[in-house]
Write a protein of this length. Structure first.
Length: 166
């Protein structure tokens, strides 16, 4: 099975999983409702995020919000498709990371275009330290960032050591 086919299956699965879980949260929870999963650590909490990560620019003027939350992500998605295509045979981990970012971006764009906010519900905290709620799309983007950081920091070291031994 070629890499593009695998990435398309993964992207579709993440987008569908993201949208289904968000729909369930919207149907079963009222806004702001929180249900403990692991008391004192992890809850399902229905949050509407009109902004970017951590709610940044959520209530900015439309002249900022529209290009920032609609235009830039659409352009980024086109760029990500190009990156996926060009890395599919030579840099499989980068291709995977770009595919994860694309799936997360599309999942959140669906929310933005249909509701003008993103549904978040995964809510982690420890005592007084609270991480902002997020969703499956955000998780895919975070995993991709970890992969890209790892590749940047450690993949070139592997290549350097192989080159030196040859």
């Amino acid at each position: 099975m070629n890499m593009i086919y695998k990435m398309c299956i993964m992207i579709s699965t993440i987008i569908i999983g993201d949208q289904v879980t968000k729909a369930i949260v919207q149907q079963k929870f009222y806004l702001g409702e929180t249900v403990p999963v692991i008391e004192g650590f992890f809850h399902f909490t229905y949050v509407r995020n009109p902004g970017a990560a951590f709610g940044m620019f959520g209530y900015a003027h439309d002249w900022i919000r529209i290009p920032l939350f609609f235009g830039v992500p659409v352009i980024a998605c086109v760029w990500l498709v190009y990156l996926i295509w060009t890395t599919r045979n030579t840099h499989k981990m980068q291709c995977l990371a770009y595919s994860l970012i694309l799936s997360g971006a599309i999942g959140n764009l669906i929310d933005r275009f249909s509701m003008n906010y993103v549904v978040d519900f995964l809510d982690f905290f420890w005592k007084t330290h609270h991480f902002p709620a997020f969703n499956i799309a955000d998780s895919a983007i975070t995993i991709a960032a970890i992969i890209l950081i790892y590749e940047t920091l450690f993949a070139h070291k592997k290549k350097d050591s192989v080159t030196r031994t040859v």
